[in-house]
Design a protein around this ligand. Structure first.
Ligand SMILES: N[C@@H](CCC(=O)N[C@@H](CS)C(=O)NCC(=O)O)C(=O)O
Length: 214
């Protein structure tokens, strides 16, 4: 059985977990809390969470790599469209969310979630990056169905995991949700949250967060 290493407060861990649930794959969760012990690098070379243990001695890290591996080895239910261009467009959406929304927002997490502090310079830089990427993302998608058209794809799973975190971090740092200009986003995310697998992942996230609360 697959073993997924990581913890339920990590959005990258939760994205892989959600994908495995949507695909109906059996897996065991192995708790690894950051910072992982140095030995963890034997499984995940950069020490990053998540890491998927395929079988004894075989590990994969980097969420996108893991997702693509799972799609290739378990093509049903498909979470990418069949057409190569449409598949690439799904990856493009995922890349934009990850590189230009989630990663910049990550620079705010120390203050937004962990009691640290973020400099004014960082706040300004991140704000400009998220505003630009949010506008670009809004041009790329429609929120009235699934992000990439007719069917659920990995882009929707990435959106329901990453975007609420970006929105929350910006609310906490700037007093406003920098994703608010994406008018259809809240309803779209609410629809996705009705999926049982999404609810399972969010319940795990809530439990992990309650365990960390003082
Ligand atoms: N590019 C990586 C990012 C994963 C990542 O940043 N994971 C965080 C937790 S959300 C982590 O492992 N942090 C611990 C560290 O960087 O040492 C992926 O897609 O899997």
């Amino acid at each position: 059985m697959y073993r997924l290493h990581g913890f339920s407060l990590s959005n990258y861990y939760n994205l892989v977990k959600l994908t495995m649930l949507e695909k109906g794959l059996p897996f065991e969760e192995v708790q690894v809390f950051p910072p992982p012990k140095p030995e963890f690098q034997q499984k995940s070379p950069m020490g990053k969470i998540p890491c998927l243990e395929i079988d004894a001695g075989r590990f994969l890290s980097e969420s996108q790599v893991i997702l693509d591996y799972l799609e290739e080895t378990h093509p049903e239910p498909a979470l990418y469209p069949e057409d190569p261009f449409a598949r690439a467009k799904v990856r493009e959406l995922m890349r934009v969310m990850e590189l230009y929304l989630e990663l910049p927002a990550r620079r705010l997490y120390a203050q937004a979630f962990f009691g640290g502090a973020v400099s004014d310079e960082t706040r300004q830089e991140v704000r400009a990056q998220i505003e630009k990427a949010g506008a670009a993302f809004g041009q790329m998608v429609r929120f009235d169905g699934f992000l990439a058209g007719g069917a659920l794809t990995l882009a929707d799973l990435a959106a329901v995991i990453h975007l609420p975190l970006v929105a929350l971090a910006t609310r906490r740092i700037y007093g406003e949700d920098l994703l608010a200009p994406l008018a259809g986003l809240p309803d779209y995310l609410s629809r996705l949250r009705q999926r049982p697998c999404v609810q399972t992942v969010l319940a795990g996230q809530k439990q992990a967060s309650a365990r960390l609360a003082p």
